[in-house]
Write a protein that binds this ligand. Structure first.
Ligand code: AHG
Ligand code: MN
Ligand code: MN
Length: 337
């Protein structure tokens, strides 16, 4: 009989492929797996029990409405990671400042984790797919002292692992430690993630474009030109493309991983640097996209090559099928600005 590989088995079997080949990264990934299971069970109860749907009546550092689930998920992941003693610091979308662990285990932790506990918050209350995104780095500062800001402000190329969890019609955990991308589907009846999508590869091209096109009037000329191109009829390149926009980056990019296409969140006259955050949204997703053979760009530069200056900085983001992102970048090059 065909035997399914569990995420736990996969991590142990591939431990030697992890950078630094130690059990520490495995332990860290299992903390994320555990928190994802707990969060999944809560999400599935949303609407049945109190304290899950709705806002807490406060805004986070981004000026965004914090949902109850944002706050719950943030505490869940921070506590799960802290308990494993491998992490010296965490940055989260829901925390204004970095969390630095100053206890003995913390100062000797080798890893930094950056996290978006719930991506797609505005979709929670309407039963549409949401996700969790995480990025893992080795610290730069010496062991034995608290982590420093520089440990967090590393370019995305330095990631040793990154991944996301999508809470959708099924729950999946997708991650890479630099040797391709693998997807695991959760079986809630036994509480186990099984390898269901080995070696995920983004198709070289696609026929779906994904963007909040309601903001068209505010976009720059290269983005407008690319959108016009997507909609122009041309049988040889399967245009016009289909438009799909869920409004959860994770869900829009998960589809892009499986079907190909391009996902875009541009800068605009109403969002000067775009909306998405470089450190805990764009970098981990760009790492996964490149590992799956696709491209992720800010229009002029690979996302992973951007040198971060602030924890919560934003960047325009264009990611997905190589040919489609290359086409968009060519329109940026043609534009004078
Ligand atoms: P978050 O819920 O973590 O704040 O992220 C929401 C992001 C992203 O997931 C999504 O693609 C985008 O916001 C949608 O924004 P618009 O409503 O402006 O299209
Ligand atoms: Mn997000
Ligand atoms: Mn979020």
């Amino acid at each position: 009989m065909y035997r399914l590989t569990t995420l736990g088995e996969f991590i142990i079997k591939n431990q030697a492929d992890f950078p630094y080949a130690k059990g520490e990264l495995s332990s860290l990934l299992s903390a994320i797996r555990l928190a994802a299971k707990v969060l999944n069970s809560q999400i599935n109860k949303a609407g049945l029990v109190d304290d899950i749907l709705g806002s807490i009546g406060e805004v986070n550092i981004q000026g965004e409405d914090q949902k109850k689930l944002d706050v719950y998920a943030n505490e869940l992941f921070v506590n799960a990671l802290k308990a494993r003693n491998q992490v010296c610091g965490i940055a989260s979308e829901e925390e204004e400042k970095t969390i630095i662990f100053e206890n003995e285990e913390g100062v000797n932790g080798k890893y930094i984790v950056l996290i978006d506990p719930i991506d797609g918050s505005s979709n929670i209350d309407v039963n549409v797919s949401i996700g969790t995104i995480f990025a893992i780095y080795r610290r730069l500062s010496p062991l034995g002292a608290p982590a420093t800001l520089n440990d967090f402000l590393q370019p995305g190329r330095n990631q040793v692992a990154a991944g996301y969890v999508i809470y959708g019609s099924s729950t999946m955990l997708v991650f890479s430690s630099g040797n391709g991308v693998n997807g695991f589907t959760y079986d809630p009846s036994v509480g186990v993630f099984y390898l269901s999508h080995p070696n995920m590869c983004i198709p070289k091209s696609g026929n779906i474009y994904s963007i909040n096109e309601g903001n068209y009037a505010f976009f720059s000329e290269p983005v407008k030109s690319y959108l016009d191109y997507c909609k122009r009829e041309d049988n040889t390149s399967h245009r016009p493309y289909s438009g799909r926009y869920i409004g959860s980056m994770i869900a829009d990019l998960h589809r892009t991983f499986l079907k190909g296409g391009i996902y875009m969140y541009p800068d605009s006259s109403i969002a000067l640097h775009g909306k998405l955050r470089l450190l805990y949204e764009c970098n981990p997703m760009a790492f996964l996209i490149e590992q799956a053979g696709g491209l992720a760009s800010n229009g002029r530069q690979a996302i992973l090559d951007i040198r971060p200056t602030e924890i919560h900085q934003r960047t325009p983001f264009y990611g997905g099928s190589e040919e489609m992102v290359t086409k968009l970048e060519s329109m940026f090059r043609m534009s004078v600005n």
